[in-house]
Design a protein around this ligand. Structure first.
Ligand code: FMN
Length: 204
């Protein structure tokens, strides 16, 4: 790995959709691969965090800061570096992504730092991985996601790989985090335990 890649951060945006565990696992994985992370989280994201996660937001941030590869930016800080295309990043994951933020990004509404960073990621042709969470999806959600895919975004719904016969939520979360990091281009391939049982690569 060259130094540019090692030091250039990945942006992670957390919104107020269900599935905060997916965000925690994604940041944990990116840091474990020794990439830098810049995080921004919406106020709704903080609300959902309280509902879904035992480890508090503050404790988790402290743990991530200890890695020496992690910073956070306030959602309202539109002057943060990640709001500018001249600031190099390896891409961005919005995980989980609410339908409100899907709508905002697909319509170019850069009205907070997360949405602006996503807009910048698209315009700079860097990977933007959207992990949308809503069910069922209405026609507006689907249209907005189609527009995002046309604009170059990668829509990665957090669906279990049933063929892997995973038994726990933790296994599914780990799998989605690996798919997200793979889609960002940070890992070339999934761990063998996450491959289809007939995958020829399993022979090696
Ligand atoms: C506990 C809780 C769970 C929610 N889950 C979802 C969800 O799964 N998907 C979604 O699109 N919105 C969900 N919402 C609604 C969003 O939080 C709301 O639309 C908010 O405005 C999103 O703002 P943001 O995208 O800036 O975070 C949820 C809200 C709460 C309080």
């Amino acid at each position: 790995m060259n130094n540019i890649k090692e030091n250039t951060p990945v942006i992670v945006g957390i919104t107020g959709a269900s599935g905060i565990e997916l965000a925690v696992a994604t940041v944990d994985l990116i840091l474990s691969l020794n990439f830098n992370v810049v995080l921004t989280i919406s106020s709704a994201g903080r609300m959902v965090w309280k509902e879904e996660i035992d480890e508090s937001y503050g404790e988790t941030i402290e743990r991530w800061v200890e890695s020496g590869r992690f910073t956070t930016n306030q959602i309202g800080d539109l002057s943060a570096q990640i709001a500018s295309g001249t600031y190099p990043t390896l891409g961005m994951a919005v995980v989980p992504c609410s339908m409100a933020t899907v709508a905002a990004i697909s319509n170019g509404l850069s009205d907070n730092l997360l949405r602006r960073a996503a807009d910048v990621t698209l315009k700079e042709k860097r990977p933007l991985v959207i992990v949308p969470r809503e069910t069922p999806l209405n026609a507006i959600h689907l249209k907005n996601m189609t527009d995002l895919a046309i604009a170059g975004g990668i829509i990665l719904p957090p669906q279990p790989a049933f063929y892997l016969r995973q038994k726990t939520t933790a296994e599914v979360v780990d799998y989605i985090a690996n798919r997200t990091v793979n889609a960002l281009g940070l890992i070339d391939q999934l761990p063998s335990r996450m491959r289809y049982r007939n995958d020829p690569r399993n022979e090696y």
